[in-house]
Structure formats: structure tokens, C-alpha cells
Design a protein around this ligand. Structure first.
Ligand SMILES: C[S@@+](CC[C@H](N)C(=O)[O-])C[C@H]1O[C@@H](n2cnc3c(N)ncnc32)[C@H](O)[C@@H]1O
Length: 288
């Protein structure tokens, strides 16, 4: 169990680690503003299918990072607000919005605090979206789920597209070497890493540059393992109705461990010859 003070200290440390790595991530992505301006999108079909129609919807993008997905959603006609704890990410997202000419708003905050305050202020959204490496940074998932329920308009939906919690158990050859059930906080060896460089261009649809080489993060970071049951139970306890629950045998965009097999469409699968395992999880939860 993490106390409020511990939670705040851990999230603030993660903020420093994300601030340190963000310039390295962006150094590998060529002309992102031009890519978005010309109609490029960083979204994958998996989340688009779960999100459904977004045009004209008030869309809250939690842990939006540098806003590439937020702006891709805004380009589809959504009225987007992105929230992220990292100063570097929010400054980059605001610049990318201005340079691409795609309107969206961005606010810097810890999502747990932000959701509590927004719910109390009566801010409401038709869609809440969170994807790919987000909830694993949060020390209190039940509080996150209550916060999401608190800002959803009647009939509004949360779409969560995440790496499957099982994927952190595999070594480079796809053998299970880490327990699925782990109490956090879990120290990330070497802080938030340069996964954009490791993913070999798959996370740089605008074009890949060598950029910063051999990035070493001076700031440690801490993650949390939320099992499938933790996620579903937190949403159900928050009063949300689980409308869709999907698992996928590939990972979109991210080389989760070294031996993964590159697949078409910017995906990675389990290493060749290893049986298929769930590598992504998608949830759609509705406020009725
Ligand atoms: C892997 S990135 C998410 C990428 C995202 N899918 C996108 O659209 O690019 C994780 C993000 O979570 C943010 N983050 C971590 N802890 C947070 C917290 N407590 N509150 C808000 N954002 C947080 C980090 O700053 C980082 O930008």
C-alpha cells in the first residue's frame, strides 16, 4: 500500500525521469509537425476501432506525452484536451499543435490530481482515452478509475489500449522469468529508457533520425503492475460498465523485449517459434 506522500514523491520522481528522456525520444522523430500537417497520423487501427466516432466529441487524452496521438485525434474532428505530468512533454505538445496548425489544448498535471479537480469543477468529456504505457506509472489505479468515471459525461466512454500486464514477465527469448503478480513500486532499471531508439523507427512514422545516441537517464523511475483483474475491478468499482475487453498477440509500436519479431504495420510479435501470448489489452468502459 502506498501512502499519499509516497505516491506524490514517486510520481514527481517519474516526472523528472520523463522530463529527462523526452528530448531524446523526439530527437529520433523527423519533422513531426509537417507529418501531422500533411494528414499523417500516429494512431493504430486497434485504438481507432475501440474509440469509434470521435468527430465532434469532447475527448480527454490522459498521459498524452508530446501530443502526437492527441493531434491525430484532433485532426479527426475531436475537441481534444491532453494532460501529462511531464513539463517537457507538454511544452513539446503545445509547440507541435502551433507548428502543425492542429488545434488542441494541453495541461501539465499529475492525472490523479487533475481528474479529482476536474470532476469537482464539473468538467465533462464524451471520451477519455489512454494508451500504450500509461497506467503502469500510476500508484493508485482505483483512484484513477474513480477520476475517469467522475469526468465522463452520461453515456461517455473510456478507451484504454495498453500493453498487456503479462508482457513484462518475458525475457528476450520470450521465456517467463518475472512474476505476473508484483506489488509496486517497481524500480525501472536506468529510469525511463529511450524506447523510441530501441523500436527501430517503428515509433517514428514521420521518419527516423539517429538523434541522441546511447541515452542514459540520470533520473530513476518507478512503475506499478496492474493485472487484468486489477484493471477490470477498478473500473467496475468506479461504476463503469465494461463494454469491450480485447487481447492482442502483438505490440503496436514498441519493442517490449529484445527478441520480439518485427511484423507488418509497425507491430512486434513474440519471438519466432514462441507460442502467441497476449501482448496488448484493450478496454472500453461506459458511464451509464
Ligand atoms: C509512454 S507515454 C504515453 C504515450 C502516449 N500513448 C502518447 O500518446 O504518446 C507515458 C506518459 O505518461 C506520463 N505520466 C507518467 N506518470 C504520470 C502521471 N502521474 N500523471 C500524468 N502523466 C504521467 C509521462 O510523462 C509520459 O508522457
Amino acid at each position: 500500500m502506498t501512502t499519499d506522500d509516497e505516491l506524490r514523491a514517486i510520481h514527481e520522481q517519474n516526472r523528472r525521469s520523463w522530463n529527462a528522456v523526452t528530448p531524446a525520444h523526439n530527437s529520433h522523430k523527423l519533422d513531426q509537425a509537417g507529418f501531422l500537417r500533411r494528414g499523417g497520423s500516429t494512431l493504430f487501427p486497434d485504438e481507432l476501432e475501440l474509440l469509434g466516432e470521435v468527430a465532434g466529441r469532447r475527448l480527454l487524452h490522459l498521459q498524452c506525452n508530446c501530443g502526437q496521438d492527441s493531434l491525430s485525434l484532433a485532426a479527426l474532428g475531436a475537441d481534444v484536451l491532453g494532460v501529462d505530468i511531464s513539463d517537457a512533454a507538454i511544452v513539446t505538445a503545445q509547440a507541435l499543435s502551433a507548428e502543425s496548425g492542429i488545434a488542441a489544448r494541453f495541461e501539465r498535471a499529475d492525472v490523479l490530481d487533475w481528474l479529482d479537480a476536474a470532476a469537482a469543477d464539473g468538467r465533462r468529456f464524451d471520451r477519455v482515452f489512454s494508451s500504450y504505457g500509461t497506467i503502469g506509472w500510476l500508484a493508485d489505479l482505483p483512484r484513477w478509475a474513480r477520476g475517469v468515471a467522475g469526468v465522463l459525461a452520461e453515456g461517455g466512454e473510456l478507451t484504454l489500449m495498453e500493453f498487456h500486464p503479462l508482457c513484462w514477465s518475458f525475457d528476450g527469448e520470450g521465456k517467463v522469468v518475472e512474476p505476473y503478480f508484483i506489488e509496486g513500486p517497481i524500480p525501472e532499471r536506468g529510469g525511463v529508457n529511450d524506447y523510441v531508439a530501441r523500436s527501430e523507427g517503428v515509433l517514428s512514422p514521420s521518419g527516423h533520425a539517429p538523434g541522441v545516441e546511447g541515452f542514459v537517464n540520470p533520473e530513476p523511475a518507478f512503475g506499478f503492475q496492474h493485472t487484468v483483474a486489477d484493471i477490470v475491478q477498478a473500473l467496475a468499482d468506479a461504476g463503469l460498465f465494461i463494454r469491450r475487453l480485447v487481447e492482442r498477440p502483438y505490440s503496436n509500436g514498441c519493442l517490449l523485449f529484445p527478441g520480439m519479431e518485427p511484423l507488418p504495420d509497425r507491430r512486434f510479435g513474440m519471438p519466432k517459434g514462441v507460442p502467441a501470448m497476449p501482448l496488448m489489452l484493450g478496454v472500453v468502459a461506459t458511464r451509464r
